[in-house]
Structures are given as C-alpha cells and as structure tokens.
Design a protein around this ligand. Structure first.
Ligand SMILES: [Zn+2]
Length: 244
C-alpha cells in the first residue's frame, strides 16, 4: 500500500509518484467519480517539462502507474504512449494559472454534476462542505462542452480562481491540490457535499447556512494536515479492501 502524505517532491522517482496518482484515480472511482473511460488526473512534472496526464480509453478504476503520458504546456506528447485526453488544456491552463497546484483532477461525479446543472449556489452546509469554506465552489457556465482549447482552459481556470474545486455546468467538475492527497480529498468531499446539499434541497425543509467565519474556523479545526493525512490513509486502506 502506498499512502505517503508527502507534499510534492522532486526527489521521488516519477514511477513511485505515478503509482500514487493511479491509486487516486481508483479511489475516486470508488467514491462516485467513475463514468466509463471519462475522467482524468494530472501531476506536474517535477522537472518542469509539463505534466503527467492519465491516458485515454481507461476507466478511473483501471489506471496503473504505466498509464500516463507526459505532455508539455502546449499539449505535445513528450513521453509515453496512448491516447491524449481531449481535455488536456483544462490541466495545463489550471497549472499555469496556479503555480502551487501540482495535481489537477477532472471527472463527472454524478451528484456534483446534478448539482452543477442547477442554478443554486454551493453552500457550506455540512462537514464535507467545510472543506471549501475558504474559497467556496464556483460554477463555470460559459459552456457545457468539454474543455478542448487553451482559451476555454484559461476561462475555466479564471472561474476556479483560488478555489479547490469548480463545478462545470451540465458536464462535471474539476478539483485541485498542492499534492495528490489534497486533490483527491477535494474531489471526494465535493461529491459528498453536493450529495448532502441536494438531499437538503430535495427534503423541502427550510434551512440556514452556518456563519461563514464559523465554517472557516471549523475547517482549520477539522481539516489540519494530520487529519487530511488520516483521511488519505483511510481511503487508501478502503481501496485495498475494495480491490482485495
Ligand atoms: Zn469531462
């Protein structure tokens, strides 16, 4: 089992890192992000050449360390073989806009995609939503189409801003992190938070959104680094049981 919680590191061999990025794909499948062979994560190349992107025609649950291609920021394939996902500009443009982001994910998590198809703002109404207390979860509605051009990638990155996740109306969602652990947790918590808010709305009950400052303080309290690492290790153990 690989569950290192190290921040992005230039020292680790890329094979070790990609094994962990592959596991993140499989964890996300397990947590509701699967949609046939759609969805992909990328990892910023430690040597500045671009990013390692999951190759196409594979489900999230099928990804191994051998299933990545290295592309530069113009989408040229530098290493590896296999189909380059059409949505590569989503990854390159977010990474160009966010130097601290080393992992980008894009998928079609069902609940978050349903939620993003509506016009109600994301609210921090449960513990998973608290993960997004600082920057919220913006909604990108300029297009419902896939992000296949650098211009669209720039627009999506602008809507994402400094947030950890962005809903893409009538399409899916993207999420980011400084490392594999953070990006994966953002993806998982986005789906759980959307599920909760959808259920709350569907119940018809009236409700109040907790005070934003309280939610930000709660974020610091319930999601310190050691808690993120614990959750990340939990999902790795869950994956091992799931795949056993
Ligand atoms: Zn998509």
């Amino acid at each position: 089992m690989s569950n290192s919680d190290a921040l992005y590191s230039q020292d680790e061999s890329i094979g070790t890192v990609l094994n962990e990025v592959a596991r993140a794909h499989r964890i996300l499948e397990m947590e509701g992000h699967g949609d046939m062979s759609m969805g992909h994560l990328s990892y910023r190349d430690p040597f500045g050449r671009g990013l390692w992107l999951k190759k196409g025609n594979l489900g999230l649950e099928e990804v191994t360390a051998a299933d990545f291609i290295l592309i530069d920021f113009d989408g040229n394939v530098l290493e590896g073989q296999g189909l380059r996902h059409l949505e590569w500009p989503l990854h390159t443009e977010i990474m160009l806009a966010r130097p601290e982001v080393n992992v980008v994910g894009h998928s079609h998590p069902f609940k978050a995609t349903v939620f993003g198809a509506g016009d109600i703002e994301f609210s921090v109404v449960n513990n998973h939503g608290v993960y997004f207390a600082e920057h919220g979860v913006p909604r990108f509605a300029a297009t419902s189409h896939i992000i296949t051009t650098q211009e669209l990638g720039k627009q999506l990155a602008a809507t994402l801003g400094s947030a950890d996740a962005v809903l893409q109306a009538n399409h899916g969602a993207s999420f980011v992190g400084r490392n594999i652990k953070e990006a994966t947790l953002a993806g998982i918590f986005l789906e759980k938070a959307a599920d909760f808010q959808l259920a709350l709305l569907a119940s018809g009950m009236s409700y109040e959104v907790p005070d934003p400052e309280e939610s930000r303080e709660k974020f610091r309290r319930i999601y310190p680094e050691r808690a993120k690492s614990n959750f990340w290790m939990y999902f790795n153990r869950k994956l091992d049981r799931f795949e056993a």
